[in-house]
Design a protein around this ligand. Structure first.
Ligand SMILES: [Ca+2]
Ligand SMILES: [Ca+2]
Length: 75
C-alpha cells in the first residue's frame, strides 16, 4: 500500500518536472522572447543545434513552440 503511494508520488513529480522542463527550455533558448528560436539561439544547446534543420519543418529558419515540441518528444 505504502509502496504504491510512494511510486505514484514519484511518478507525479517526475511528470511535473518533465512538463516544466520542456517549457523552461523553450523560454530559456528564446533570448529575445519573440516566440521563436533562431539558429543563433539554438546554437546554445548542441542537441537543439544539431536537430535544427530537421525540426524546422516550415523552413523559415526559426523554431516555433510547435516545432520545438517535436524536439522534446524525441528526446
Ligand atoms: Ca527568439
Ligand atoms: Ca520554423
Amino acid at each position: 500500500m505504502q509502496i504504491t503511494y510512494v511510486f505514484a508520488l514519484t511518478l507525479g513529480m517526475f511528470t511535473c518536472a518533465l512538463a516544466f522542463a520542456s517549457e523552461v527550455d523553450f523560454a530559456l533558448l528564446d533570448d529575445n522572447s519573440d516566440g521563436l528560436i533562431s539558429r543563433s539561439e539554438a546554437a546554445k544547446v548542441s542537441l537543439v543545434a544539431d536537430a535544427f534543420k530537421r525540426l524546422d519543418t516550415n523552413r523559415d529558419g526559426a523554431l516555433s513552440a510547435k516545432e520545438f515540441k517535436h524536439f522534446n518528444k524525441h528526446l
